[in-house]
Design a protein around this ligand. Sequence first.
Ligand code: ZN
Length: 368
Amino acid sequence: MNNYFVILAAGKSKRFHRKLAKQFYKYKNKEIIDHSVQKSLDSNLFKKILIVTNNINHLKNKKYPKIVSFIKGGKERSDSSLIALKYLRKYKPKNVFIHDAARPNFSIKLLKNLTKNLKTNKAVIPVIPSRDSIKYKIKSQIFNLDKKKSLLTQTPQAFRFKNLYKLAIKEKKKVSDEASFYLNQNLKIKFIKGENQNNKITYLDDTKMSKTYYGIGFDIHRLIKNKKLFLGGIKIPFHSGLKGHSDGDVILHAIIDAILGAIRRKDIGTHFPNTKKFINIRSPKMLKPIIENLYKSNFSINNLDINLICEKPKVSKYRNRIINSLSKLLKLDKDQINLKGKTVEKLGLIGKEKAIACEVIVSIFKND
Ligand code: ZN
């Protein structure tokens, strides 16, 4: 296991409008660079992990294990790579992997595959076919590159150390990656299948992901005679209705609380207190502003799961009508909503048909 892993992280990220260099920006709960550090550590394939950076002070504050070290980088990528090779020479590495910190999404499987192929090759490079058609320009003329013949090279790239070192010292031109040394000299490269998810993070937009939030809601109302029963926004024929300041629609109330919970906006009582203003209000009227606000703030509902807890009415009889009504009120497809009926074995107030309860869980995502 005489393998060394080099992470190039000296770039200034001109295209990444942030004060902090992009490799230190948070992505999937950790800094971009730390995805590469963690995976190279977890692979157990490397004797040393060397970070080449111009942000030494930033890295000093981290608590990396001993096998991770860092050195100051150069002006260009190829300068930094050469600095790393010169630094590593004293360790007499057999193999060296060169990786760009801006690619946090490679897998450990890829590292293993590179290692395996390096046994019989001097240079192993992961590539993927191009998904876009590529044009190239010579003077003012633009030519089409055959998409089927176009390959995109990725990192980590794996090399026999001695071989790469010799080529890197000799090369006078700046290169965009280490594979170029071999291509420029017409030397053999073993190309292996890269990974589609292993994209380079170039723009701030690349790091944006929708976040998911969950909210839970619960409600219970007493059943009383001479009141209409409303569930999920529709009138259901029944011997009693739900008592409350409003129409007592437990389903809509639990949905409102679940949504408010997911977006961390307190509860239904805060938005609709028991004041004169809201006396006998129909619950769809309470739901409407909550939903409008939700969608205006760039949230979307992923799905809702509802437990209606009652002895009667039978949920299966009204399920389709209730889901239809909810899909209109919430502006959702019907298959985003699930409604389950739950009886309580005739126990307690609910079992004696004196109350109906409802619980709801909602999953919401925020699109930035
Ligand atoms: Zn209620």
